[in-house]
Write a protein that binds this ligand. Sequence first.
Ligand code: IVH
Length: 674
Amino acid sequence: MSDRQAAARQRIEQLRGSLREHNYRYYVLDDPVISDAEYDRLLRDLEALEREHPELVTADSPTQRVGAEPAEGFETVAHRIPMLSLGNAFSADEVREFDRRVRDTLDIETVDYSAEPKLDGVAIALRYESGKLVLAATRGDGRRGEDVTANVRTIRAVPLRLRGDRLPDVLEVRGEIFMTRSGFAELNQRLADAGDKTFVNPRNAASGSLRQLDSAITANRPLHFFCYQAADAEDLPERHSEILALLREFGFPVSPEARTVQGLDGLIEYYEWIGQRRDQLDYDIDGVVYKVDDLDQQQELGFVSRAPRWALAHKFPAQEEVTRLKSIEVQVGRTGALTPVARLEPVFVGGVTVTNATLHNADEVRRKDVRPGDYVVVRRAGDVIPEIVRSIPERREKELPEWHMPETCPECGSAVEQVEGEAAARCTGGLVCPAQRRRALEHFVSRAAMDIDGLGEKVIAQLVEQDLVHSPADLFLLDRDTLAGLERMGEKSADNLIQSLENSKRVTLGQLLFALGIREVGAVTAQALARHFGTLDALAQASVEDLEAVRDVGPVVARHVHAFFEEAHNREVIDKLLAAGVEYEPEKAAAAAGERPLDGCTYVLTGSLSSLTRSQAKQRLEALGARVTGSVSKNTTAVIAGDNPGSKLDRARELGVELLDEAALESLLESHQG
Ligand code: IVH
């Protein structure tokens, strides 16, 4: 070997080692120390060297993730150890039953379990010999799967070569290939931009990407991998949780949400904990998996038919279901925006029975090709409003007519306008439209606005229908007898309502502004305006430029606010409110405009707060100049932890980053806001 070649070999080895280590930090530890651009530079250096020295290229080099020659088809491979399935539980009772059977068989009081998210992707078996990836196979029927090694090699989260020097000769691991939600969104955007067909959900995208005959295509898909089991290896630790820790050492990413828990209570607590965090995870899960942690105990429990007796999948209620769309109705919002709403055959999805789902706007109805009479996929994730994912045109029994937005408002018959550059169609009826009046009143009385108890939708509908209330100010002129005469209103509730109207007359300026329902002015903007101007008069006289000087008020909001106060009938409503006895107190003064006391500070929020939402906390911190980011690093000033904090808390402890609780956050905000 020439000196030059020896030097090249050394440099190549060094680059490979450092790329592997960075890959490990990125995918396994979730703690990269170099930027993506730096990583790419190292990779390009290696590629260049390997081009000069093709004889030094090896299959496990980090450059070998770009895809091989397209294949004709996939070879079938037998699994040395069958890939089993899991028993399912859909209720806590079934979990109790599982735990009881396990305890009875083992004859012990409390069982240690490993609890993990049940990843919604594609199962994969990876075989390593002398630390090198030699085979990747899909589950298939459990006994035989397909050889997808060329494709799996392109997935950066899958190590091509294992770390460490005490590696088993042979190691087979199992895990799930999946696509993150963010990766899925980006991929679909890319496909749509190129005019290609998009994927329905991350699981289909993962499976479709993994089954490409051309691995160069797979290489361009954002696939990820988590390992959840070791099979076929010698000298493994005695507990599943220890095996997972060892697999991480070897360089396999393991779900950071995996935990060991004790007994039935531990299982149920874990299920609830993950259930609460489900929407915050960047990957889809369809439940959790419980595994008896001790391998001897696993062995003792054994298998029934094709599933282990020592493991159980506890499923979440499905987030997507198919049902029939009976009709599309149009709802009129507070500002006249028309929203098509799907009326559905009742369907149990995401843990509740759903009968309505939003279709957002006419474009969306067209894009998803949703027609009354169609079978549709309904999705409800967490507390999110149920929505129609798509129609299933294949299931149409006959040709169905397309749906169009009506040309006149279904509530008041006024013309419907489509504003340039806006997705929503609008009713032009303004306060003539009873629907807009109802919604404006519902908004006016809501908690964050005037906070008037006892005025529900049904009562408001009657007040509008019977012409008793035209504008919010009229609410304060209602007398007890009129109210008591309404349906569902006894004398007692009438008295209570009069009292709560009276109580609501003292509000902050921010609340009052928010209650007025100025377009684009949410609670936070209202508060900012109140702080800046101090009085209604000052605000009413402000020019568009004056308004734009308020932090976070842009030209659009400024124009809406200005236009609102230009309108004579709006000023009239305000005068009437004040005449009826509504009084406001000025908002607490903010830090002087332009002052950013938290400039340069970076915070991370985790867990749920009780006095304000995470997004409110974020806004308030940002208003003081701080940055609020999603991941903890050495540069984080402090992590603010609410209830049920996630792994970010662990991360903060690891890095020695300061921790603040909710009370500390409050005093931080207070101290800067006087
Ligand atoms: S363990 C013998 N753990 O669920 C036990 N499976 O119904 C083997 N899955 O096809 C599976 N997340 O792809 C296990 N943390 C996890 C899992 C998991 C998802 C999938 C797996 C398998 C199916 C079993």
